[in-house]
Design a protein around this ligand. Structure first.
Ligand SMILES: [Zn+2]
Length: 387
């Protein structure tokens, strides 16, 4: 019985972190202390009184120097896509350069090409040498901890294809460093105030398998999509799903074709749209529409409108083309009439943007305005105007 009782013992382990006034993590349970520069990038990493790493950044946030061997003033210098060695505070020759399929690495006086095979999250799973021999193989835990299967090489690029920072065991995402060990960022999201309902330190809204590539299937982000944009899309999708309005996106993801989602930016006066030639939904995650019926449609509502166009193009392309060429006075064309009188009403009702018996609009017009977030109908100007 004594043995049984022991198995119910729970050990409570308290792990604590410290932060500076800007929300940067200054100490972690691994015993390291970190100081930051004025743009919230790491400056120095210490273990006790020993300096382990030093960093230098350009004012625009680009990493310039990474001193990993402070005793010899040695490390790496980042210049464009190339990396150079530093020794005794001086440039000490070429180290490596990245290209779309991997890296070119210097080894002594020769140069070797290393090819990276990545998964759907961009994580490097296999490194091949020039004779296509596997020289490194990795698996990853869901939040990015690496589990090397075969012996490692000098490759520093792993989870999500980001560079490892050795002493802190973090991945460098450019704007911030991520700790796969603790599943959190070292710094706050620079746009945290826009996403106050998520933690400023959250990674992929707590769902790394889904949200780096939010669908992982047929709707993909256009090249160069920012993390902010991906988060905004993830919020919109969650909002649609929470209100039973995510059906059209789910249908679109069953398609054989690939569709892209691209940020049009807030200064684009054209507003969100579906471009069938490019198979791309252009979406402004802060773009609401004030309709001619004085209804405020959230960016999420607008997104679902465009998803309906994409879905019709996917399922009934002939009808799609016929309808968009059929002029209907107040609705521009028959395809717009179909979406506005159909799914637009359903979506707005489900999201609580119109009441039963109301309609969003009876035309294809509206005044674009900037909302406080992707799921909000609140005008950003109203918030600013309040004392
Ligand atoms: Zn439309």
């Amino acid at each position: 019985m004594k043995k049984l009782a022991l198995s119910y013992l729970v050990f409570l382990i308290v792990i604590s972190f410290s932060y500076d006034a800007n929300g940067n993590q200054t100490s972690a349970p691994n015993g390291l202390t970190i100081t930051y520069n004025s743009i919230n990038q790491p400056q120095q990493v210490k273990s006790g009184s020993t300096v382990k790493h030093k960093f230098a950044y350009l004012v625009d946030g680009r990493k310039l120097h990474f001193i990993s061997d402070p005793a010899n003033d040695g490390g790496l210098a980042y210049i464009g896509s190339s990396v150079f060695k530093i020794y005794r505070g001086k440039y000490d020759g070429f180290e490596s350069t990245s290209f779309s399929a991997g890296r070119i690495v210097r080894s002594g006086s020769s140069y070797a090409v290393q090819y990276h095979i990545t998964d759907h999250l961009g994580s490097v799973r296999v490194v091949l040498n020039q004779s296509m021999t596997v020289i490194e193989q990795n698996d990853y835990y869901p939040f990015g901890m690496r589990r090397s299967i075969s012996s490692s090489t000098t490759n520093r690029y792993h989870y999500n294809g980001k560079e490892d920072i050795s002493a802190t065991a973090t991945s460098d995402y450019g704007a911030r460093q991520y700790s796969a060990e603790f599943c959190q960022w070292m710094q706050e999201d620079p746009l945290a105030e826009k996403y106050y309902y998520w933690s400023p330190y959250n990674f992929c809204l707590g769902n790394p398998l889904k949200f780096v590539d939010p669908d992982g299937r047929k709707v993909r982000f256009a090249n160069g999509s920012t993390e902010e944009f991906k988060n905004a899309f993830a919020q919109a999708v969650q909002h649609l799903n929470n209100h039973g309005a995510g059906g059209m996106l789910a249908e679109l993801e069953k398609s054989d074709k690939v569709y892209y989602l691209s940020n049009i930016g807030s200064d684009d006066t054209k507003g969100s749209c579906f471009n069938f030639r490019e198979g791309t939904i252009y979406w402004n995650p802060n773009g609401g529409i004030l309709t001619t019926n004085f209804v405020e449609l959230s960016p999420t509502s607008v997104l679902n409108h465009e998803i309906d166009h994409a879905l019709q193009f996917d399922k009934n392309p002939q009808q799609f083309h016929k309808d968009r060429k059929t002029e209907v006075r107040q609705y521009t064309n028959k395809e717009e009439q179909r979406v506005i009188t159909g799914s637009e009403q359903e979506t707005a009702k489900k999201l609580g943007e119109i009441n039963e018996g109301e309609v969003t609009r009876e035309d294809h017009r509206g005044q674009p305005y900037e909302t406080t977030g992707p799921t909000s109908t609140q005008n950003v100007l109203e918030v600013i105007a309040k004392p």
